[in-house]
Write a protein that binds this ligand. Structure first.
Ligand code: NAD
Ligand code: UGA
Length: 480
């Protein structure tokens, strides 16, 4: 029986291994982690992450050929194929601080593999890593090898949160990079054989190691760039009276451009887009490619601009002050169908409003009160460390309360800010909400989910990203 061990039981390691286990009953899959609480949660009925369809998949194979354990050494030493899916945060200190990937967790996983291995291993990079990481890992392993042979493969993950299970079941492509040597090709084939249990062969792409590593960073940079492009257009739409949804639709009809990923928003979030672009920028700079680095930096700058622009729009619309005013925040996760808040635009928007002394009542159907308070007090980039190594926030933010539902969050509020596109926000009883709010009552829709005309008919002053402005807002330019 082939044995797989995955180091890192997070958003990638957990779902990916569950789908492998379900589709490959003849393979034993063990997911290990240094976080005892994470592993206990995987072993309970309350999984540590919310992902539609995940529960059902895990239920079918947990205890059969899918196991979760904190005994890293045992399972790593027994495995034939080891996936490494640990955190790769942005460095906050030293060389490359603020841009380069911090490979501390990766390196410690590699050293542990070298320490405990007694047989040949295929080591698979699942984490997103800088180009040439495989070379560094190879060096660590071979310098400590005791005669054991290692093959390093790059197999970056392309799943998106909220749709992870369907992405894993029907991936657009599976990418495997490896050495172009006989042993390298054999290792590539072994991993291909795993995916071939359910992924059609023509969707499994093989490349050299460096192309695979770089393709992952490039794919995320291209996706984020589309969002920044449409968000830049949204500012121009507001200035000219064009409607960004109509522009996106017209542009996306060109089959060379395509319709996906053209939704204007308050800004992209998530654990990877910003981190991976910063990483790409750093690699370009290290290779003397300043123009290329600056080009990609601009994608992040536009994203920051969009978040600032939103905050400024809120404050300037409300007579240039939100001091002491209650604002209902609808949604805190970085997108719908996930409880993940890593780099969510809601953090920057809330901090911006708190900076102007607003009082916030925050509602999200999947994010806990504790998580929201931690996010609002944590330093930039600290979130991307294993949970038990994150600094604890001593106290919560006083001007922030957490609401059980949208109605409680909006009661007596002067304004609502929609920051996540949860489906339930489309069908709220906005008449009831309006009746319970202070007047004038504002809705700032950062996700373009509400029916603007209907809300204006009720009496709201509505701002929707990239849409023709409410007459109230016309003479109030939101300068970022
Ligand atoms: P995560 O924080 O959810 O999970 C990482 C896990 O690794 C944590 O549970 C942590 O405790 C564990 N860990 C860290 N060091 C360890 C060690 N030495 N030994 C054992 N366990 C260790 O992160 P994630 O979202 O799963 O991301 C993992 C990697 O995958 C990152 O490089 C990320 O960039 C990449 N990625 C993430 C996504 C996504 O949607 N989240 C998608 C594609 C790629
Ligand atoms: C993204 C990529 O889509 C995945 O392919 C990749 O594997 C993953 O990053 C990763 O490497 O971590 P994810 O961040 O989970 O996945 O979610 P996305 O659907 O890409 O959304 C990212 C952010 O962009 C969200 O805040 C979302 O609301 C925003 N977005 C997305 C827009 O503002 N407009 C759009 O049109 C699409």
């Amino acid at each position: 029986m082939v044995k797989i061990c995955c180091i890192g039981a997070g958003y990638v390691g957990g779902p990916t291994m569950a789908v492998i286990a379900l589709n490959c009953p003849s393979i034993e899959v063990v997911v290990v982690d240094i976080s005892v609480t994470r592993i206990s949660a995987w072993n309970s009925d309350q999984l540590p992450i919310y992902e539609p369809g995940l529960n059902e998949v895990v239920k079918q194979c947990k205890g059969r050929n899918l196991f979760f354990s904190t005994d890293l050494e045992k399972h790593v030493s027994e495995a034939d194929i080891i996936f490494v899916s640990v955190n790769t945060p942005t460095k906050t200190r030293g060389l490359g601080a603020g841009k380069a990937a911090d490979l501390t967790y990766w390196e410690s996983a590699a050293r542990m593999i070298a320490d405990v291995s007694k047989s040949n291993k295929i080591v698979v990079e699942k984490s997103t890593v800088p180009v040439k990481t495989a070379e560094a890992i190879e060096r660590i392993l071979t310098h400590n090898s005791k005669g054991i042979k290692y093959q390093i493969l790059s197999n970056p993950e392309f799943l998106a949160e909220g749709t992870a299970i369907q992405d894993l079941f029907k991936p657009d492509r599976v990418l495997i990079g490896g050495r172009e040597t006989p042993d390298g090709l054999k290792a590539i084939q072994a991993l291909k054989d795993v995916y071939a249990h359910w992924v059609p062969e023509d969707r499994i792409i093989t490349t050299n190691l460096w192309s695979a590593e770089l393709s992952k960073l490039a794919a995320n940079a291209f996706l984020a760039q589309r969002i920044s492009s449409v968000n830049a257009m949204s500012a121009l739409c507001e200035a000219t009276g064009a409607d960004v949804s109509q522009v996106s639709h017209a542009v996306g009809k060109d089959s060379r451009i395509g319709p996906k990923f053209l939704n204007a928003s308050v800004g992209f979030g998530g654990s990877c887009f910003q981190k991976d672009i910063l990483n790409l920028v750093y690699i370009c700079e290290c290779n003397g490619l300043a123009e290329v680095a600056n080009y990609w930096k601009q994608v992040i700058k536009v994203n920051d601009y969009q978040k600032n622009r939103f905050v400024n729009r809120v404050v300037s619309s409300m007579f240039n002050t939100v001091s002491g005013k209650k604002i209902g925040i609808m949604g805190f996760a970085f997108k719908k169908d996930t409880g993940d808040t890593r780099e969510t635009p809601a953090i920057d928007v809330c901090k911006g409003l708190l900076g102007d002394k607003a009082r916030l009542s925050i509602y999200d159907p999947q994010v806990t009160a504790d998580q929201i308070q931690r996010d609002l007090t944590m330093n930039k980039f600290d979130w991307d460390h294993p949970i038990h190594l994150q600094p604890m926030s001593p106290t919560g933010v006083k001007q922030v309360s957490i609401a059980w539902d949208a109605y409680e969050a909006s009661k007596d509020a002067h304004a609502l800010c929609i920051l996540t596109e949860w489906d339930e926000f489309k069908t709220l009883d906005y008449r009831r909400i309006f009746d319970n709010m202070q007047k004038p009552a504002f809705v700032f829709d950062g996700r373009n989910v509400v029916n603007v005309e209907m809300l204006r008919d009720i009496g709201f002053i509505v701002y929707s990203i990239g849409k023709p402005l409410d007459p109230w807002l016309k003479n109030m330019p939101a300068v970022a």
